[in-house]
Design a protein. Structure first.
Length: 95
């Protein structure tokens, strides 16, 4: 099933971060975060695949930046967030 965020019923509660610290909808990685959160809520993919898709989506978003320094910064942030969900995502995925 191809996920389309615009058809998802509860997208207001999805996004980058966890309560009470959430990034804004203007965050460059927001589409990747929303898709990742959807995967965790719906369990339509295994956790490892969901997390890999999250990283791939962030890197795809980052590829549109022309500045190598900006791309390096946001790629580092993407790998950091990927590492965080791999380490701390087990409990949220099961809930």
């Amino acid at each position: 099933m191809k996920f389309n965020i615009f058809n998802y019923k509860d997208k207001k509660n999805l996004g980058c971060g966890v309560e009470p610290v959430m990034s804004s909808r203007e965050d460059v990685h927001d589409p990747a975060c929303v898709t990742h959160d959807y995967r965790y809520v719906e369990h339509d993919k295994p956790r490892k695949e969901s997390d890999k898709e999250f990283l791939d989506n962030m890197l795809k978003i980052n590829s549109r930046f022309k500045s190598w320094s900006m791309r390096a910064f946001i790629n580092a942030r993407a790998y950091l967030w990927y590492g965080i969900v791999r380490v701390f995502g087990r409990k949220p995925y099961k809930d």
